[in-house]
Design a protein around this ligand. Structure first.
Ligand code: LLP
Length: 419
């Protein structure tokens, strides 16, 4: 399995975490290649028999080493910026492996996508359709576009910042305006309308949002097909949940029935864009306790990682399980905090944990998704390295940033101008 105790010591596959800490220092992220393949495999098995492709949502983790494992499995990627597109290409993904989405694509990013080629550009407004058509015309190409529709469904159980498909959210084309947008695309000689797309939210603990959203997209798709649209794809976005505390695993068979049924109703292939499901619990953040101190009747463990490495607890009130890497006993109530000068810099508050001393290593679970990608250099903290483990082998796949990296874009002697 991916993370287990061997003689009481937490391992990533066959590699002991203290060995990695000794080799690369702390904090660091560690990923299990086997777990990434297992999650992609489980989804593939559920979708078996349906024409489909998995496009890993790179926004969850854009580490080159992770992308190599995803590509090795045979999945593609979903990118949301020119930067992600560039990273996908560097990792060896071919044009047909890449979906390009995002609510605020700039003209240069659209041009990059059209020049290098992508499978679909998921467009989020009529104004963006017009811009894509103009750029395609100037390049002499026909742009393959999908309509990202906001199906305006209610989403249960999501933190309000990670729901995306409700009425009034900034994403996509409101369902009531999507048919007209489709007509606009069909009328342009520079656009080929190839798909419909939605993403209703993240960490979706119920399948109802998929069911409602997919029903609306099928109605829209059939109306567009009746006016001549030759659709090839139905893209249902990401959103499959993982266990942070005690959440149930998603029912992938029921999921496949819902989203696969919708694609079949339109006679198109299914595209899925899971991020969290693929990488969240394939990754851990390992940090060292620097200091212990008493505070308001409980213990504060000051660690060398915090909001700069994993912002989810302070940003979304997210729960991440934390456990000592080596065996520890007893129980006390602790605040696990980082070194950053912010009260909001914590990994867990009022958490019962076995008693550990300064110097102990702690493993923060399910930190593979929206961990390293949301890291910051706040307080001039170099970004932590990333380590991939595959069986008994391990490799640093992103090195730790240095002080020189922090200073790389400084202009020591500015070239002052007055134009
Ligand atoms: N596709 C689209 C268009 C998306 O907007 C997203 C996530 C995904 C796919 C992947 O969703 P997933 O399978 O990971 O749920 N930073 C937040 C999550 C933001 C998700 C944004 N969109 C967090 O840490 O929870």
């Amino acid at each position: 399995m991916s993370f287990e105790r061997v003689d009481g010591v937490l391992h990533a596959e066959s590699v002991a975490l203290p060995r990695l800490a000794e080799a690369v220092g702390t904090p660091f992220y560690v990923y299990s290649a086997e777990r990434i393949r297992a999650q992609l495999g489980a989804l593939t098995a559920a979708l078996d028999g349906l024409p489909h492709r998995i496009h890993f949502a790179m926004k969850a983790n854009a580490c080159r080493g992770v992308l190599e494992v995803v590509r090795g499995f045979g999945a593609g990627v979903d990118v949301v910026s020119g930067g992600e597109l560039d990273r996908a290409r560097r990792a060896g993904f071919a044009p047909d492996d890449i979906l390009f989405g995002g609510v605020g694509k700039q003209a240069h990013e659209l041009r990059e996508a059209l020049v290098g080629g992508v499978k679909v550009i998921n467009v989020e407004s009529p104004a963006e359709l017009t811009l894509v058509a103009e750029i395609a015309a100037s390049l002499g190409v026909i742009a393959p576009v999908g309509l990202r529709v906001n199906p305006e469904v209610d989403v249960e159980n999501a933190h309000r910042f990670i729901a995306t498909g409700e009425k009034g959210h900034k994403f996509g084309i409101p369902i009531g305006e999507a048919f007209a947008a489709g007509q606009l695309a069909l009328a342009s000689p520079h656009l080929r309308l190839v798909g419909l797309d939605m993403h209703v939210g993240s960490q979706l603990l119920s399948l109802e949002a998929y069911r409602h959203g997919a029903t609306r997209l099928v109605e829209l798709g059939q109306a567009l097909q009746a006016t001549g649209a030759k659709l090839r794809y139905l893209d249902v976005g990401g959103g499959l949940p993982v266990r942070y505390r005690d959440e149930a695993a998603p029912d992938l068979t029921a999921y496949a029935t819902i989203v696969g049924g919708a694609a079949a109703a339109l006679g198109v292939s299914l595209l899925v864009e899971p991020g969290r499901f693929v990488i969240a619990d394939a990754g851990m953040l390992v940090t060292r306790v620097l200091y212990r101190k008493g505070n308001a009747g409980r213990t504060t463990l000051v660690c060398d990682a915090g909001m700069t490495e994993l912002v989810r607890p302070s940003r979304y009130d997210a729960y991440h399980q934390i456990e000592p890497v080596r065996p520890a006993h007893g129980e006390e109530l602790v605040d696990v905090v980082g070194p950053v000068c912010e009260t909001g810099d914590f990994l867990a508050l009022k958490r019962p944990m076995p008693v550990v001393e300064a110097g102990a290593l702690l493993a923060v679970h399910a930190a593979g998704a929206y961990g390293s990608v949301m890291a910051s250099q706040y307080n001039a903290r170099p970004k932590a390295p990333e380590v991939m483990v595959d069986g008994a082998q391990w490799a640093v796949v992103t090195t730790r940033e240095t002080y020189d990296d922090l200073a790389r874009h400084d202009v020591a002697a500015p070239d002052w101008r007055q134009d």
